[in-house]
Design a protein around this ligand. Sequence first.
Ligand code: HEM
Length: 483
Amino acid sequence: VLQHLLTVSGVLQHLLTTSLVSCRRDGEPPLIKGWIPYVAKTFSQFRLAGCKYMTFVMDPLLYPSVIRHGRQLDFHEFSDKVAPVTFGYPPIRGGKFPGLPEQIGRTFQLLQGDGLSALTESMMSNLLLLFRQDHLGGPPPGGASGDWRSAGMYEFCNSIMFEATFLTIYGRPASASRHSDTGLLRRDFVRFDNMFPLLIAQIPIRLLGRTKAVRDKLIDYFLPHRMSRWADTSLFIRTRSELFEQYDALGDVDKAAQHFAILWASVGNTIPATFWAMYHLARHPEALREARREIQSVLGLGDGVPFSSSRDVRLDREQLEKLVYLESAISESLRLSSASMNIRVAQEDFSLRLDAGRSVAVRRGDFVALYPQTMHMDPEIYEEPQSFRADRFLQDGVEKTDFYKDGQRLRYYLMPFGSGSSRCPGRFFAVNEIKQFLCVLLLCVDLQLEDGQAGATLDASRAGLGILLPAADVRFRYRPRNM
Ligand code: HEM
């Protein structure tokens, strides 16, 4: 699909905007025919009889024009059609739950500010707990302490980030530090996640084998009587639970499905993003050494000073902000792996003003889409766009923010987290937790990719939907450092 889109976008690259389907009116953008099946497949629920347009704005210099039309180009109309059928809760817009969408929107603020500090602190203890108990404890099976262990890198990232994020957001059982059934939960989550692109494409869940049963099980995990037995639940989730209690029209399963949707939002992209950051660093040992040196320096550990993994690491928000090299490496891996499409629905017939001299007519109900992956791979903006350069987003020791196209500075040049009204509210937490994972990893273990395997490639099956997964896992070796 990505291949398909990229081929398409290659054709479109120099066009201002493009649209689909017929019945053009004056002032509407040029039509590109021939790839309707792709769009029909992915967004079939919107394939209406008659004239329905989807306008792609391909030139990143024009992105601000779309993003600033937040009132006329709404994101939530689209998400409220797609998310409920995917996650199994009732649509919350349309009057049945007065005030709920706005209040849900306000809970997202708890992922920032003080809420972010608390989440970040809790994430650090959870990461250390899992690393110590599962990866740094005794010797590997059949080996001696200090021996190399071998693992699949995606599986490694998935198991740690899934559980640490879960514990941080939803909490732990009141009488234990870990949930005993996380392995089963994760297995079901992966099964659901594999079907995610089909669900988003509105394929009825009853046609997808056991997916409905798997989703029901996942939702049941979050039923109110279960969640009430958990401790250290984040303020974000506690506030959402209290909010749902105020709506009698929301059943227990509906509330649980809302919590399940947040589980997907919080790990569905973060896990592959963590994998790509770790993978690129492992492939570039100089970058890995530089990242480790920066972490040690921010923690006040000189070069060569042994770090004991039994020591508690406190990396607060301010320290994490100082990890500018690591942040650049993470941004670079997001640039290379993210393929999310930003979709808006026009709320009225209007003229979309693109720049001083140009505007295009958009009809009520039409889609307008941005596909930043083409920008991320544009050689005019990013030299050798296919290469990983850990310091691409760094200049003179601070974040680099000037990138150019046609000699003009771009306002938007890196968009893994969406834009405007649909911009990811968890983005700060996501970057912090990836940084924290890499800090614990680089401080506590030595790692190497195993020889004789092909490099990881992107699995295009969820192009348009977020961070792409690797087509196959890669093997690596690791052993505790300085123990
Ligand atoms: C690398 C990790 C992540 C990436 C790349 C990412 C990306 C995105 C994107 C692109 C959207 C907009 C979707 C759209 O336009 O259709 C989004 C929405 C969202 N994300 Fe993230 N996300 C990440 C991590 C997280 C985390 C850790 C959380 C929560 C703890 C989170 C919570 C959300 C929520 C709740 C929304 C929906 C917002 C709304 O309905 O207005 N995300 N994310």
